[in-house]
Design a protein around this ligand. Sequence first.
Ligand SMILES: NC(=O)c1ccc[n+]([C@@H]2O[C@H](COP(=O)([O-])OP(=O)(O)OC[C@H]3O[C@@H](n4cnc5c(N)ncnc54)[C@H](O)[C@@H]3O)[C@@H](O)[C@H]2O)c1
Length: 454
Amino acid sequence: MDKQFNRRHFLTAGAALAGSLLLPTAFAAGGREKLRLGMIGTGMRGQVLLKELVRRDDVEVAALCDIEPINLGKALAQFEKAGKAKPRTFGEDGDKHAYRRMLDAKALDGVIIATPWEWHAQMAIDAMQAKVPVGCEVVAGITLKDHWDVLDTQLKTGTPYMLLENVCYRRDVMAVLQMVRSGLFGELVHLQGGYQHDLRAVKFNNGDPAKPYGSGIEFGEKGWSEAKWRTQHSVQRNGELYPSHGIGPCAMYTNINRGNRFTRINTFATKARGLHDYIMKQGGADHPSGKVKFSLGDVVTTTLACENGETIILQHDTSLPRPYSLGFRVQGTNGLWMDVNHSIHIEGKSKPHQWEDFQSYQDQFDHPLWRKYAGQAEGAGHGGMDYFVIHAFVEALKARAPMPIDIYDAVTWSAITPLSEQSIAQNFQTLDFPDFTRGQWSKRKPIFAFNDSY
Ligand SMILES: NC(=O)c1ccc[n+]([C@@H]2O[C@H](COP(=O)([O-])OP(=O)(O)OC[C@H]3O[C@@H](n4cnc5c(N)ncnc54)[C@H](O)[C@@H]3O)[C@@H](O)[C@H]2O)c1
Protein backbone atom coordinates (compact mmCIF):
# COMPACT_ATOMS: atom_id res chain seq x y z
CA MET A 1 0.00 0.00 0.00
CA ASP A 2 1.38 3.40 -0.83
CA LYS A 3 1.54 6.05 1.84
CA GLN A 4 -1.32 8.13 0.45
CA PHE A 5 -3.55 5.08 0.31
CA ASN A 6 -2.61 4.16 3.85
CA ARG A 7 -3.49 7.63 5.02
CA ARG A 8 -6.90 7.65 3.33
CA HIS A 9 -7.73 4.13 4.40
CA PHE A 10 -6.89 4.60 8.04
CA LEU A 11 -8.51 8.00 8.24
CA THR A 12 -11.77 6.64 6.90
CA ALA A 13 -11.65 3.81 9.40
CA GLY A 14 -10.70 6.27 12.11
CA ALA A 15 -13.66 8.51 11.37
CA ALA A 16 -15.93 5.83 12.76
CA LEU A 17 -14.16 6.12 16.09
CA ALA A 18 -14.24 9.87 16.13
CA GLY A 19 -15.35 11.38 19.40
CA SER A 20 -14.16 8.55 21.56
CA LEU A 21 -10.73 7.35 20.50
CA LEU A 22 -9.40 9.90 18.05
CA LEU A 23 -6.57 7.85 16.65
CA PRO A 24 -4.09 9.55 14.36
CA THR A 25 -4.91 7.02 11.73
CA ALA A 26 -2.55 8.55 9.22
CA PHE A 27 -0.14 5.81 10.03
CA ALA A 28 0.15 2.18 9.32
CA ALA A 29 -0.36 -0.19 12.23
CA GLY A 30 2.55 -0.12 14.63
CA GLY A 31 2.98 3.64 14.49
CA ARG A 32 5.83 5.65 13.02
CA GLU A 33 9.34 6.37 14.14
CA LYS A 34 9.92 9.56 12.20
CA LEU A 35 7.37 12.16 11.14
CA ARG A 36 7.41 14.54 8.20
CA LEU A 37 5.91 17.76 9.51
CA GLY A 38 5.04 21.11 7.99
CA MET A 39 4.43 24.49 9.57
CA ILE A 40 2.14 27.33 8.53
CA GLY A 41 3.22 30.62 10.09
CA THR A 42 6.87 31.11 10.94
CA GLY A 43 6.51 34.33 12.93
CA MET A 44 7.55 34.88 16.54
CA ARG A 45 5.68 31.82 17.81
CA GLY A 46 6.35 29.59 14.83
CA GLN A 47 10.09 30.14 15.24
CA VAL A 48 9.96 29.05 18.90
CA LEU A 49 7.99 25.90 18.06
CA LEU A 50 10.27 25.22 15.11
CA LYS A 51 13.27 25.18 17.43
CA GLU A 52 11.63 22.30 19.28
CA LEU A 53 10.97 20.42 16.03
CA VAL A 54 14.39 21.01 14.49
CA ARG A 55 16.24 19.57 17.47
CA ARG A 56 14.23 16.34 17.45
CA ASP A 57 15.61 13.27 15.68
CA ASP A 58 12.12 11.83 15.19
CA VAL A 59 10.93 14.79 13.11
CA GLU A 60 11.82 15.92 9.62
CA VAL A 61 10.47 19.40 8.98
CA ALA A 62 9.64 18.95 5.31
CA ALA A 63 7.79 22.17 4.45
CA LEU A 64 7.25 25.70 5.73
CA CYS A 65 4.70 28.27 4.66
CA ASP A 66 4.61 31.99 5.42
CA ILE A 67 3.65 35.05 3.41
CA GLU A 68 6.39 37.11 5.06
CA PRO A 69 9.79 36.31 3.47
CA ILE A 70 11.69 37.77 6.46
CA ASN A 71 10.12 35.20 8.77
CA LEU A 72 10.64 32.37 6.32
CA GLY A 73 14.30 33.40 6.16
CA LYS A 74 14.64 33.34 9.94
CA ALA A 75 13.03 29.93 10.04
CA LEU A 76 15.36 28.56 7.37
CA ALA A 77 18.36 29.89 9.29
CA GLN A 78 17.52 27.44 12.08
CA PHE A 79 18.16 24.53 9.72
CA GLU A 80 21.46 25.95 8.59
CA LYS A 81 22.53 26.38 12.21
CA ALA A 82 21.50 22.83 13.08
CA GLY A 83 23.15 21.39 9.96
CA LYS A 84 19.86 19.94 8.80
CA ALA A 85 18.34 19.84 5.31
CA LYS A 86 16.27 22.90 4.50
CA PRO A 87 12.56 22.30 3.99
CA ARG A 88 10.64 23.34 0.90
CA THR A 89 9.00 26.74 1.36
CA PHE A 90 5.65 28.16 0.26
CA GLY A 91 4.09 31.61 0.40
CA GLU A 92 6.99 33.92 -0.38
CA ASP A 93 4.89 35.16 -3.31
CA GLY A 94 2.41 36.59 -0.78
CA ASP A 95 -0.35 34.14 -1.73
CA LYS A 96 -2.43 33.86 1.45
CA HIS A 97 -3.64 30.43 0.37
CA ALA A 98 -0.22 29.05 -0.53
CA TYR A 99 -0.58 26.75 2.49
CA ARG A 100 -3.13 24.76 0.51
CA ARG A 101 -0.46 23.99 -2.07
CA MET A 102 1.81 22.85 0.74
CA LEU A 103 -0.88 20.57 2.15
CA ASP A 104 -1.54 19.10 -1.28
CA ALA A 105 2.02 18.91 -2.54
CA LYS A 106 3.78 17.26 0.34
CA ALA A 107 2.85 13.96 1.94
CA LEU A 108 2.93 15.40 5.42
CA ASP A 109 2.31 13.43 8.61
CA GLY A 110 1.21 16.59 10.39
CA VAL A 111 1.16 20.36 10.28
CA ILE A 112 1.67 23.02 12.94
CA ILE A 113 -0.48 26.14 12.54
CA ALA A 114 1.04 29.27 14.12
CA THR A 115 -0.66 32.07 12.20
CA PRO A 116 -2.91 34.95 13.37
CA TRP A 117 -6.15 33.82 15.07
CA GLU A 118 -8.36 34.67 12.13
CA TRP A 119 -6.66 31.98 10.04
CA HIS A 120 -6.73 29.07 12.48
CA ALA A 121 -10.17 27.62 11.75
CA GLN A 122 -9.87 27.73 7.96
CA MET A 123 -6.32 26.37 7.93
CA ALA A 124 -7.20 23.55 10.33
CA ILE A 125 -10.27 22.63 8.30
CA ASP A 126 -8.28 22.61 5.06
CA ALA A 127 -5.55 20.48 6.65
CA MET A 128 -8.00 17.99 8.12
CA GLN A 129 -9.77 17.71 4.78
CA ALA A 130 -6.37 17.08 3.16
CA LYS A 131 -5.89 14.32 5.79
CA VAL A 132 -2.98 16.10 7.42
CA PRO A 133 -3.12 15.92 11.26
CA VAL A 134 -3.18 19.35 12.92
CA GLY A 135 -1.33 20.87 15.86
CA CYS A 136 -2.99 24.26 16.16
CA GLU A 137 -1.80 27.20 18.19
CA VAL A 138 -4.39 28.77 20.44
CA VAL A 139 -7.24 29.67 19.54
CA ALA A 140 -9.40 27.23 17.53
CA GLY A 141 -11.52 29.87 15.77
CA ILE A 142 -13.21 33.24 16.03
CA THR A 143 -16.98 32.76 15.82
CA LEU A 144 -19.10 30.08 17.45
CA LYS A 145 -19.78 28.71 13.98
CA ASP A 146 -16.01 28.38 13.38
CA HIS A 147 -15.83 26.13 16.42
CA TRP A 148 -18.66 23.87 15.28
CA ASP A 149 -17.12 23.74 11.79
CA VAL A 150 -13.67 22.75 13.09
CA LEU A 151 -15.25 20.12 15.33
CA ASP A 152 -17.50 18.68 12.64
CA THR A 153 -14.64 18.54 10.12
CA GLN A 154 -12.57 16.64 12.63
CA LEU A 155 -15.39 14.21 13.34
CA LYS A 156 -16.14 13.73 9.66
CA THR A 157 -12.55 13.25 8.50
CA GLY A 158 -11.14 11.53 11.61
CA THR A 159 -7.94 13.53 11.12
CA PRO A 160 -6.20 14.09 14.47
CA TYR A 161 -6.31 17.61 15.91
CA MET A 162 -4.48 18.92 18.97
CA LEU A 163 -4.67 22.39 20.45
CA LEU A 164 -1.09 23.34 21.34
CA GLU A 165 -2.00 24.74 24.74
CA ASN A 166 1.39 24.85 26.42
CA VAL A 167 0.35 26.11 29.89
CA CYS A 168 -1.19 22.70 30.63
CA TYR A 169 2.45 21.52 30.65
CA ARG A 170 3.81 24.14 33.06
CA ARG A 171 5.73 22.40 35.82
CA ASP A 172 3.70 23.70 38.77
CA VAL A 173 0.45 23.31 36.82
CA MET A 174 1.26 19.64 36.22
CA ALA A 175 2.29 19.10 39.84
CA VAL A 176 -1.08 20.54 40.88
CA LEU A 177 -2.76 18.11 38.48
CA GLN A 178 -1.10 15.30 40.42
CA MET A 179 -2.29 16.88 43.68
CA VAL A 180 -5.84 17.14 42.36
CA ARG A 181 -5.80 13.54 41.19
CA SER A 182 -4.40 12.32 44.52
CA GLY A 183 -7.19 14.13 46.38
CA LEU A 184 -4.91 16.57 48.23
CA PHE A 185 -7.42 19.42 47.82
CA GLY A 186 -10.40 17.20 48.65
CA GLU A 187 -13.38 17.74 46.37
CA LEU A 188 -12.80 20.69 44.02
CA VAL A 189 -15.16 23.61 44.49
CA HIS A 190 -13.73 26.71 42.81
CA LEU A 191 -10.94 27.55 40.35
CA GLN A 192 -9.47 30.65 38.83
CA GLY A 193 -7.09 31.39 35.99
CA GLY A 194 -6.64 33.88 33.23
CA TYR A 195 -4.37 35.77 30.97
CA GLN A 196 -2.97 38.71 32.90
CA HIS A 197 -0.15 39.95 30.73
CA ASP A 198 0.69 43.56 29.92
CA LEU A 199 0.70 43.34 26.11
CA ARG A 200 0.88 47.06 25.40
CA ALA A 201 4.42 46.80 24.05
CA VAL A 202 3.38 43.78 21.95
CA LYS A 203 0.31 45.47 20.51
CA PHE A 204 2.26 48.53 19.34
CA ASN A 205 5.66 48.96 17.68
CA ASN A 206 7.21 50.93 14.83
CA GLY A 207 6.98 48.15 12.25
CA ASP A 208 10.70 47.37 12.38
CA PRO A 209 11.16 43.56 12.41
CA ALA A 210 14.26 44.04 14.59
CA LYS A 211 12.25 45.88 17.27
CA PRO A 212 8.96 44.04 17.76
CA TYR A 213 8.33 45.20 21.33
CA GLY A 214 7.36 48.73 22.29
CA SER A 215 9.32 50.56 19.63
CA GLY A 216 6.39 52.78 18.63
CA ILE A 217 2.63 53.15 18.49
CA GLU A 218 1.86 51.72 15.06
CA PHE A 219 -0.40 48.76 14.53
CA GLY A 220 -2.18 47.08 11.62
CA GLU A 221 -0.38 47.26 8.28
CA LYS A 222 2.30 49.55 9.75
CA GLY A 223 2.97 47.26 12.71
CA TRP A 224 5.10 44.13 12.96
CA SER A 225 4.28 40.66 14.31
CA GLU A 226 1.29 40.69 16.69
CA ALA A 227 0.91 44.48 16.33
CA LYS A 228 0.02 43.71 12.73
CA TRP A 229 -3.09 41.67 13.58
CA ARG A 230 -3.72 41.17 17.31
CA THR A 231 -4.32 44.83 18.09
CA GLN A 232 -7.17 44.99 15.61
CA HIS A 233 -9.00 42.45 17.78
CA SER A 234 -8.76 44.95 20.66
CA VAL A 235 -10.28 47.57 18.40
CA GLN A 236 -13.20 45.48 17.23
CA ARG A 237 -13.94 42.96 19.97
CA ASN A 238 -14.83 42.99 23.65
CA GLY A 239 -14.54 39.64 25.39
CA GLU A 240 -12.27 37.01 26.90
CA LEU A 241 -10.02 37.03 23.85
CA TYR A 242 -7.39 34.53 25.02
CA PRO A 243 -9.02 31.92 27.24
CA SER A 244 -7.01 28.74 26.82
CA HIS A 245 -3.92 29.51 28.95
CA GLY A 246 -6.21 29.97 31.95
CA ILE A 247 -8.99 27.52 31.20
CA GLY A 248 -6.79 24.69 29.90
CA PRO A 249 -5.37 23.68 33.27
CA CYS A 250 -8.66 24.39 35.08
CA ALA A 251 -10.52 22.20 32.59
CA MET A 252 -8.02 19.38 33.08
CA TYR A 253 -8.37 19.66 36.88
CA THR A 254 -12.18 19.47 36.66
CA ASN A 255 -12.34 16.85 33.86
CA ILE A 256 -14.35 19.04 31.50
CA ASN A 257 -15.80 16.97 28.62
CA ARG A 258 -14.81 13.88 30.56
CA GLY A 259 -17.36 13.46 33.32
CA ASN A 260 -18.01 17.18 33.71
CA ARG A 261 -18.99 20.07 31.46
CA PHE A 262 -19.46 23.80 31.40
CA THR A 263 -23.16 24.58 31.73
CA ARG A 264 -23.40 28.39 31.97
CA ILE A 265 -21.19 31.38 31.23
CA ASN A 266 -21.29 35.11 31.73
CA THR A 267 -18.75 37.85 31.22
CA PHE A 268 -18.34 41.37 32.52
CA ALA A 269 -15.94 43.91 31.04
CA THR A 270 -14.59 47.15 32.44
CA LYS A 271 -14.21 50.30 30.40
CA ALA A 272 -11.40 50.41 27.84
CA ARG A 273 -8.75 52.90 28.93
CA GLY A 274 -5.31 51.24 29.01
CA LEU A 275 -4.39 51.12 25.31
CA HIS A 276 -5.41 54.72 24.63
CA ASP A 277 -3.63 55.84 27.79
CA TYR A 278 -0.48 54.01 26.62
CA ILE A 279 -0.59 55.74 23.22
CA MET A 280 -0.96 59.12 24.93
CA LYS A 281 1.96 58.41 27.26
CA GLN A 282 4.08 57.58 24.18
CA GLY A 283 3.32 61.06 22.81
CA GLY A 284 0.62 59.89 20.40
CA ALA A 285 -1.94 62.68 20.83
CA ASP A 286 -1.55 63.73 17.20
CA HIS A 287 -0.87 60.24 15.83
CA PRO A 288 -3.67 58.30 14.06
CA SER A 289 -3.45 55.63 16.80
CA GLY A 290 -4.42 58.32 19.30
CA LYS A 291 -7.79 58.68 17.55
CA VAL A 292 -8.63 54.96 17.67
CA LYS A 293 -11.48 53.84 19.89
CA PHE A 294 -10.74 50.46 21.48
CA SER A 295 -13.59 48.05 22.30
CA LEU A 296 -11.75 45.57 24.52
CA GLY A 297 -12.39 46.20 28.21
CA ASP A 298 -9.17 46.47 30.21
CA VAL A 299 -10.20 43.73 32.64
CA VAL A 300 -12.66 41.14 31.34
CA THR A 301 -14.04 38.71 33.91
CA THR A 302 -15.76 35.49 32.89
CA THR A 303 -17.54 33.07 35.21
CA LEU A 304 -18.25 29.51 34.18
CA ALA A 305 -20.53 27.10 36.02
CA CYS A 306 -19.82 23.38 35.77
CA GLU A 307 -22.21 20.44 35.79
CA ASN A 308 -20.51 18.99 38.91
CA GLY A 309 -20.99 22.19 40.90
CA GLU A 310 -17.66 24.00 40.52
CA THR A 311 -17.30 27.58 39.38
CA ILE A 312 -14.34 28.89 37.38
CA ILE A 313 -13.37 32.55 37.03
CA LEU A 314 -11.18 33.71 34.14
CA GLN A 315 -9.63 37.15 33.84
CA HIS A 316 -8.28 38.69 30.67
CA ASP A 317 -6.12 41.70 31.54
CA THR A 318 -3.71 42.78 28.79
CA SER A 319 -3.98 46.58 28.50
CA LEU A 320 -2.77 47.90 31.88
CA PRO A 321 0.67 47.98 33.53
CA ARG A 322 1.11 44.83 35.61
CA PRO A 323 3.56 41.94 36.10
CA TYR A 324 2.70 38.73 34.22
CA SER A 325 0.50 36.25 36.06
CA LEU A 326 -1.98 33.62 35.00
CA GLY A 327 -3.60 33.95 38.41
CA PHE A 328 -4.32 30.29 39.10
CA ARG A 329 -6.31 29.23 42.14
CA VAL A 330 -7.48 25.69 42.79
CA GLN A 331 -9.69 25.30 45.82
CA GLY A 332 -11.38 22.30 47.37
CA THR A 333 -12.78 21.00 50.64
CA ASN A 334 -9.24 20.45 52.03
CA GLY A 335 -7.53 23.68 50.98
CA LEU A 336 -6.18 25.66 48.05
CA TRP A 337 -3.22 26.59 45.85
CA MET A 338 -2.59 30.04 44.42
CA ASP A 339 0.24 30.51 41.96
CA VAL A 340 0.65 34.27 42.29
CA ASN A 341 2.26 33.94 45.72
CA HIS A 342 3.54 30.36 45.20
CA SER A 343 1.46 29.31 48.16
CA ILE A 344 -0.66 26.48 49.32
CA HIS A 345 -2.81 25.80 52.33
CA ILE A 346 -3.94 22.27 53.18
CA GLU A 347 -6.01 21.72 56.29
CA GLY A 348 -4.30 19.38 58.72
CA LYS A 349 -0.88 19.93 57.07
CA SER A 350 -0.47 23.71 57.02
CA LYS A 351 -0.66 25.86 60.16
CA PRO A 352 -4.28 27.04 60.57
CA HIS A 353 -5.10 30.13 58.50
CA GLN A 354 -1.54 30.36 57.15
CA TRP A 355 0.04 29.92 53.74
CA GLU A 356 2.84 27.44 53.18
CA ASP A 357 5.49 27.85 50.52
CA PHE A 358 4.62 25.69 47.49
CA GLN A 359 8.13 24.32 46.85
CA SER A 360 8.04 21.21 49.06
CA TYR A 361 4.69 20.23 47.47
CA GLN A 362 6.15 20.88 44.01
CA ASP A 363 9.02 18.53 44.81
CA GLN A 364 6.75 15.83 46.22
CA PHE A 365 4.16 15.94 43.42
CA ASP A 366 6.39 16.75 40.44
CA HIS A 367 4.76 15.11 37.42
CA PRO A 368 6.51 11.99 36.06
CA LEU A 369 6.82 13.72 32.68
CA TRP A 370 8.78 16.55 34.21
CA ARG A 371 10.90 14.18 36.29
CA LYS A 372 11.77 12.32 33.09
CA TYR A 373 12.21 15.15 30.59
CA ALA A 374 13.29 18.20 32.59
CA GLY A 375 16.78 17.92 31.05
CA GLN A 376 15.47 17.97 27.47
CA ALA A 377 13.05 20.79 28.29
CA GLU A 378 15.82 23.02 29.57
CA GLY A 379 16.17 26.10 27.39
CA ALA A 380 12.84 25.48 25.61
CA GLY A 381 10.35 28.34 25.38
CA HIS A 382 8.19 29.47 28.31
CA GLY A 383 10.27 27.74 30.98
CA GLY A 384 10.30 24.39 29.20
CA MET A 385 6.60 23.88 28.59
CA ASP A 386 6.99 24.40 24.84
CA TYR A 387 9.17 21.29 24.77
CA PHE A 388 6.36 19.27 26.33
CA VAL A 389 3.53 20.50 24.12
CA ILE A 390 5.47 19.66 20.94
CA HIS A 391 6.66 16.40 22.47
CA ALA A 392 3.06 15.42 23.23
CA PHE A 393 1.88 16.17 19.69
CA VAL A 394 4.75 14.27 18.09
CA GLU A 395 4.61 11.28 20.42
CA ALA A 396 0.82 10.93 20.21
CA LEU A 397 1.04 11.00 16.40
CA LYS A 398 3.84 8.45 16.38
CA ALA A 399 2.02 6.14 18.79
CA ARG A 400 -1.33 6.46 17.01
CA ALA A 401 -2.73 7.50 20.36
CA PRO A 402 -5.51 9.99 21.08
CA MET A 403 -4.39 13.61 21.22
CA PRO A 404 -3.94 14.60 24.89
CA ILE A 405 -5.60 17.98 24.22
CA ASP A 406 -8.19 16.95 21.70
CA ILE A 407 -10.79 18.53 19.46
CA TYR A 408 -13.40 18.72 22.22
CA ASP A 409 -10.96 20.46 24.56
CA ALA A 410 -9.97 22.82 21.77
CA VAL A 411 -13.41 24.00 20.79
CA THR A 412 -14.78 24.05 24.34
CA TRP A 413 -11.95 26.20 25.67
CA SER A 414 -11.73 28.45 22.66
CA ALA A 415 -15.49 29.00 22.26
CA ILE A 416 -15.37 30.89 25.55
CA THR A 417 -14.31 33.88 23.42
CA PRO A 418 -17.39 34.23 21.19
CA LEU A 419 -19.67 33.32 24.10
CA SER A 420 -18.05 35.99 26.28
CA GLU A 421 -18.48 38.54 23.50
CA GLN A 422 -22.14 37.60 23.24
CA SER A 423 -22.64 37.85 27.00
CA ILE A 424 -21.09 41.34 27.13
CA ALA A 425 -23.05 42.49 24.08
CA GLN A 426 -26.25 41.31 25.76
CA ASN A 427 -25.63 43.39 28.87
CA PHE A 428 -23.56 40.71 30.68
CA GLN A 429 -26.22 38.08 30.25
CA THR A 430 -25.67 34.54 31.52
CA LEU A 431 -25.77 32.08 28.61
CA ASP A 432 -26.06 28.34 28.20
CA PHE A 433 -22.74 26.77 27.30
CA PRO A 434 -23.03 24.53 24.22
CA ASP A 435 -22.25 20.85 24.69
CA PHE A 436 -19.79 20.20 21.88
CA THR A 437 -19.62 16.51 22.84
CA ARG A 438 -23.33 16.16 22.03
CA GLY A 439 -23.95 14.24 25.23
CA GLN A 440 -20.77 12.14 25.28
CA TRP A 441 -19.14 14.17 28.08
CA SER A 442 -20.47 11.94 30.84
CA LYS A 443 -18.98 8.77 29.32
CA ARG A 444 -15.58 10.06 28.20
CA LYS A 445 -12.52 9.40 30.39
CA PRO A 446 -9.67 11.80 31.23
CA ILE A 447 -6.56 11.10 29.14
CA PHE A 448 -4.26 14.08 29.69
CA ALA A 449 -0.82 13.28 31.14
CA PHE A 450 -1.64 9.90 32.61
CA ASN A 451 1.62 8.31 31.59
CA ASP A 452 5.28 9.24 31.73
CA SER A 453 5.82 9.19 27.97
CA TYR A 454 3.88 12.21 26.69
N1 LIG B 1 1.12 29.33 23.20
C1 LIG B 1 1.85 30.41 23.37
O1 LIG B 1 2.52 30.57 24.38
C2 LIG B 1 1.85 31.46 22.32
C3 LIG B 1 2.77 32.52 22.37
C4 LIG B 1 2.75 33.45 21.35
C5 LIG B 1 1.84 33.34 20.31
N2 LIG B 1 0.96 32.30 20.30
C6 LIG B 1 -0.01 32.15 19.21
O2 LIG B 1 0.70 31.82 18.02
C7 LIG B 1 0.03 32.37 16.90
C8 LIG B 1 1.02 33.24 16.10
O3 LIG B 1 1.46 34.31 16.90
P1 LIG B 1 2.85 35.04 16.61
O4 LIG B 1 3.22 35.75 17.86
O5 LIG B 1 3.82 34.11 16.01
O6 LIG B 1 2.40 36.11 15.50
P2 LIG B 1 3.33 36.69 14.34
O7 LIG B 1 2.57 37.81 13.75
O8 LIG B 1 4.70 36.96 14.85
O9 LIG B 1 3.43 35.49 13.31
C9 LIG B 1 2.35 35.10 12.49
C10 LIG B 1 2.93 34.64 11.17
O10 LIG B 1 1.86 34.14 10.35
C11 LIG B 1 2.12 34.57 9.03
N3 LIG B 1 0.88 34.54 8.24
C12 LIG B 1 -0.19 35.37 8.33
N4 LIG B 1 -1.12 35.00 7.44
C13 LIG B 1 -0.63 33.92 6.78
C14 LIG B 1 -1.12 33.10 5.71
N5 LIG B 1 -2.31 33.30 5.17
N6 LIG B 1 -0.34 32.09 5.26
C15 LIG B 1 0.88 31.88 5.82
N7 LIG B 1 1.41 32.62 6.82
C16 LIG B 1 0.65 33.63 7.28
C17 LIG B 1 2.68 35.98 9.20
O11 LIG B 1 3.34 36.43 8.05
C18 LIG B 1 3.59 35.79 10.40
O12 LIG B 1 4.90 35.41 10.01
C19 LIG B 1 -1.16 33.12 17.47
O13 LIG B 1 -2.26 32.29 17.45
C20 LIG B 1 -0.76 33.41 18.89
O14 LIG B 1 -1.87 33.58 19.74
C21 LIG B 1 0.96 31.37 21.28
